[in-house]
Design a protein around this ligand. Structure first.
Ligand SMILES: [Fe+2]
Length: 183
């Protein structure tokens, strides 16, 4: 796992505000938001999610040079052959977790994940605990191999996970888009 600086904290905050200020552009997944105890019970997936078209509309600079180049370079730190792959809808996903929202233990369908944190604290939790991460930083990890979760918290959390592939693994299951984007 590698942590890479992508944005200044204030830049990350500005993007996060655009996301939380435009929640109607995202799909709500799971139960209605509200305070919930931190628990493993009923781990599912709750939060707002937007596909790459939403990322492009709300934060186009993430998908343009130089930030796009910085994100690809981050993925290549883990595997020099890393590529965004052919699945344009899921190149980048916007995830907003309100109080009590989270995501249960899972592995990603893509081999390499660059998880950019815009608001909140820490990276996803794996068997090694919660990975230290500050807004503006990205955690680069083998999301297809390493089980990870986002524990429900009281603070708002905004992330942009970016999917990367390798020449050996360009596969994306048919069900993935409807599962992730709720349509
Ligand atoms: Fe994931």
């Amino acid at each position: 796992m590698i942590v890479v600086d992508i944005l200044e904290p204030e830049e990350a905050h500005a993007l996060a505000i655009r996301a939380t200020g435009n929640l109607p552009m995202l799909n709500r997944i799971g139960r209605a938001p509200g305070p919930a105890p931190i628990s493993d019970a009923g781990e599912g997936r709750q939060g707002w999610v937007g596909d790459c078209s939403v990322v492009k509309a709300l934060m186009p600079e993430l998908l343009e040079w130089p930030l796009c180049g910085r994100l690809i370079a981050a993925a290549c730190r883990l595997d020099v052959r890393a590529t965004p792959g052919p699945w344009q809808r899921s190149h980048a996903t916007l995830k907003v977790y309100g109080p009590g929202d989270g995501q249960g233990l899972h592995v990603d369908t893509n081999p390499i994940t660059v998880l950019l944190l815009l608001m909140g604290e820490g990276g996803p939790e794996t068997g090694q605990g919660v990975h230290p991460l500050a807004p503006g930083q990205a955690l680069v990890f083998r999301g297809g191999d390493i089980p990870h979760r986002v524990r429900p918290a009281s603070a708002w959390r905004v992330t942009v996970p970016l999917n990367f592939y390798t020449p050996d693994d360009m596969h994306r299951p048919d069900y993935a888009d409807s599962l992730v984007y709720g349509d």
